[in-house]
Design a protein around this ligand. Structure first.
Ligand SMILES: C[S@@+](CC[C@H](N)C(=O)[O-])C[C@H]1O[C@@H](n2cnc3c(N)ncnc32)[C@H](O)[C@@H]1O
Length: 397
């Protein structure tokens, strides 16, 4: 096991970055400093409790998980390990850090209980739907076609990274859902020995880790995987320009992971140019009204001109709803006129220009953000008739 020197003055220097630490994960996690890492991704033993070997109808043996590392005396022993590593993981996470755990019906409910008892706050459970699951050979149950990932914050107060826009981009501009359809790790990606047998029985697909890491970390983030196996987390972290710390007990898997990692090239920097919406300056609608970008009295409508509203001096909207006049925020009035529980008023409400073209309010917000980011001289030297760098309207009306 590696021994670490702790230097509180430079948190990154105190971490064994981009290395695999050999040993029991509870002991190794205990050597890492408090509040020092961004994300923990864990693929712990599933405690499959398989009895006799599984065979297909033609009596060939199924290449399942019967490794010693997946065997526990009883649930109590499994829960004790779970509480120990989850406790250490929570200690080393930064206050806004988050944790991912993947498991199957054999263990994920137990893991979920323990992590809630320890103070974690569940953000999502994600279903990994396998496109090519192993059939239920005995025909006695449903095909077990999914695994579950729990995504949890360190505490209810934490504000973990969520790259909403990157996830939406990945999903053809639709909000990413919590059911992910991805294939098992097969083909060239699957590590095999000279005799063709799998190097590791539960090697995870890189596409799964790609989504996890892209969703919940920024470039340079530190990701710890306490059950590193053949290093899938490290491979994807390195490719995406993140840092990793792997922990694994089995030296054979460590060797394989090191070999695999040596062949990974980081993506070129531009592939990290994520638009992080949360970090853009917040522009309340009232600011646009105050600045005269959308002056009081402006008439708004939706893209199909079914609903209309008027902008009031304090940045509220007035409209006629199904049960009379409504006054409120652009969102609440947008929701009320449609009889819906919620509405994104920025994209729902539009301003019609003199040529009859509709511009969503979001366009004016972008203009305000650009103005805020532009050096002040550029704003003062722009003259009437100057060509605009883009097609955003300057102001409504
Ligand atoms: C489910 S596998 C992880 C597979 C990995 N995600 C991959 O893609 O290759 C769990 C791994 O944890 C390791 N392991 C089990 N108990 C451990 C412990 N207490 N400390 C460190 N490693 C452990 C096993 O050797 C095994 O490689």
């Amino acid at each position: 096991m590696s021994h670490l020197s702790i230097n509180p003055a430079s948190p990154l220097d105190s971490l064994p970055l981009d290395r695999i630490l050999e040993g029991d994960c509870v002991e190794v996690l205990a050597t890492l400093p408090d509040s020092s890492v961004d994300v923990v991704f864990a693929d712990p033993p599933y405690n499959l409790q398989l009895g006799q070997g599984l065979t297909r109808p033609n009596q060939s043996v199924v290449d399942g998980v019967d490794a010693d590392w997946d065997k526990f005396a009883d649930f109590k022993a499994y829960d004790a390990l779970t509480a120990a590593w989850l406790g250490q993981a929570r200690r080393i996470l930064k206050p806004n850090g988050s944790l991912w755990v993947i498991g199957s019906y054999h263990n994920i409910f137990r893991v979920g209980t323990v992590l809630q008892d320890l103070g974690y706050w569940i953000l999502n459970d994600v279903i990994w739907l396998k496109t090519n699951p192993m059939p239920n050979f005995r025909g006695t149950r449903f095909t077990n076609a999914h695994e579950t990932l729990i995504w949890a914050a360190r505490s209810p107060e934490a504000r973990p990274v969520f790259n909403y826009e990157a996830m939406k981009n990945l999903n053809d501009d639709k909000q990413m859902r919590s059911d992910w359809t991805l294939p098992l790790c097969t083909g060239a990606e699957r590590l095999r020995g000279p005799d063709g047998t799998k190097v590791h029985p539960t090697q995870k697909p890189e596409s799964l880790l790609y989504r996890v890491i892209l969703a919940s970390t920024r470039p340079g983030a530190v990701i710890v995987d306490p059950f590193f196996g053949t290093g899938t987390t490290g491979v994807v972290a390195k490719r995406l320009g993140r840092r990793f710390i792997g922990i694994e007990r089995d030296p054979t898997y460590i060797r394989e992971a090191e070999r695999r990692l040596a062949g990974v090239e980081p993506c070129p920097t531009p592939s990290f140019a994520l638009r992080v919406k949360r970090e853009e300056p917040r522009i309340p609608f009232g600011t646009l009204v105050e600045r005269g970008l959308v002056p009081p009295g402006t008439n708004l409508c939706d893209a199909r001109k079914r609903f209309h509203a008027e902008v009031l001096a304090d940045g509220t909207l007035r409209a006629s709803g199904p049960s009379g006049e409504v006054i409120g925020s652009l969102h609440s009035v947008g929701a009320a006129v449609q009889g819906l529980p919620a509405c994104n008023g920025w994209t729902f409400w539009c301003v019609e220009d003199k040529a009859g073209v509709l511009h969503p309010l979001d366009t004016f917000r972008r203009r305000a953000r650009e103005d805020a980011a532009r050096p002040s001289f550029a704003r003062t030297t722009r003259k009437k008739g100057d060509k605009q760098e883009n097609v955003l309207p300057l102001r409504a009306g």
